[in-house]
Design a protein around this ligand. Structure first.
Ligand SMILES: *Cc1c(COP(=O)(O)O)cnc(C)c1O
Length: 378
């Protein structure tokens, strides 16, 4: 009898666990566990998706030319240097498949997004985790971990689940200092939440060994449809396109993404609501003795006294029909990641954390006043 064995590394992968979306016995849950846009996608994207239903018998195009042109147009990028994938997760997979492998090392940081480890192991590479400083990426730690075997460095900016950002100057210093044989991947899944931030695009233009990934899953509210993209040097894009399935994106995905991209009013509304409610939620929780770092994304990393308190709060919230995200797997056992929902959800989660902490519910928590609308911009 033959003995079939997976490739080395595969059995080390712990399958990705998505944010829960139901609680036993509770109807009408509030899901704040997956950083989804509480306002959903642009109505134009829904119309485009429905229209695509009439052509389901047709194969999609293989080059995503129209979507890439729209992305390039919006961001001032060369469409020929853009690649589209089934979520940015697929672009991350392509990067590991093409550049990492047995004998190479893939660097990411202590609280880094879990797909980096999964994709590195799937490619047979060795994951190398570097410490962060107070939930912030430390460029010197990253540089100190680079060896001749390093193939890729993944940094999400803003980070998930920390919500913190590496400054432009620090990012530039990292890009400049990395040796030529290392590809620096800047994951800009939350870049749309940061006013004036290009996600790293200018660094991609300056250095052939810098790459940027982006997604339609967060600000554009299309997580369920799975569309992401990457921007890099022409030579890197050429490499990635060789492993990309020709029909990786359906016409429905491409059409909805393009429509979502063009609805700037929707994006502006979602951005301003997120900024307003994020500031309110962070302040409300801080007043309850639950601090968080200033978040640059669409969630808050709430810090509790210890892991027991965080776990107890998570259980309590679930009993109230509110699902947030435990992040012990990200080496943050004393924290809960809470997506900034709509106003009612923010009020409810703050109110219930107040109940959990034993603070008097009401008073300040009920305030969502004009004064605070201006705060919290990053
Ligand atoms: C959500 C997220 C992504 C996006 O994944 P998709 O596959 O595009 O849905 C990528 N990176 C980080 C850090 C994320 O939080």
């Amino acid at each position: 009898m033959t003995k079939i064995e997976p490739q080395p590394g595969i059995m080390q992968i712990k399958p990705y666990v998505g944010g829960a979306s139901s609680v036993n016995g509770v109807a009408n849950v509030i899901k704040l566990s997956s950083n989804e846009n509480p306002f959903g996608p642009s109505p134009d994207a829904i119309v485009a998706f429905q229209r695509a239903a009439h052509d389901l018998h047709r194969y999609p195009n293989t080059d995503h030319a129209s979507l890439r042109a729209a992305i390039g147009d919006l961001h001032g990028l060369d469409p020929d240097r853009i690649i589209c994938g089934v979520g940015s997760d697929e672009v991350i997979t392509f990067l590991c498949q093409c550049y990492a492998g047995p004998g190479t090392e893939v660097i990411y940081t202590q609280h880094g997004f879990s797909m980096y480890r999964i994709s590195a192991l799937a490619a047979g590479a060795t994951p190398v985790v570097v410490p962060e400083r107070e939930r912030m990426v430390d460029v010197d730690e990253v540089l100190g971990a680079v060896t001749d075997q390093t193939s890729l460095v993944f940094i999400a900016n803003p980070g998930n689940p920390t919500g913190t950002m590496v400054s432009q100057a620090e990012l530039a210093r990292l890009a400049r200092a990395l040796p030529d044989h290392v590809l620096l991947v800047l994951d800009g899944a939350y870049a749309e939440y940061v006013g004036g931030f290009d996600g790293g695009a200018r660094l991609v233009e300056k250095y052939d060994n810098v790459f940027m990934t982006r997604t339609f899953s967060k600000m554009y509210g299309l997580g369920g449809l799975r569309i992401g993209w990457g921007y890099g040097a022409a030579a890197v894009i050429d490499v990635l396109n060789r492993v990309r399935g020709p029909f990786n994106l359906s016409m429905a995905q491409q059409a909805a993404a393009e429509a979502a991209l063009r609805d700037r009013d929707h994006v502006a509304r979602c951005l301003s609501e997120n900024t307003r409610l994020r500031a309110w939620l962070a302040e409300a929780l801080a007043e309850l003795g639950v601090p968080s770092d200033t978040s640059c994304a669409n969630f808050i990393l709430a810090r509790f006294a210890n892991s027991d308190e965080a776990a107890a709060c998570d259980t309590f919230l679930q009993e109230q029909g509110i699902i947030v995200r435990m992040v012990a797997g990200y080496d943050l056992p004393h924290c809960l990641r809470i997506t900034v929902g709509d106003e009612a959800s923010c009020r409810r989660v703050a109110h219930m954390i107040g109940r959990f902490k034993g603070g008097a519910p009401g008073s300040k928590l009920m305030l969502l006043d004009e004064d605070r609308r201006e705060e919290g911009d990053v």
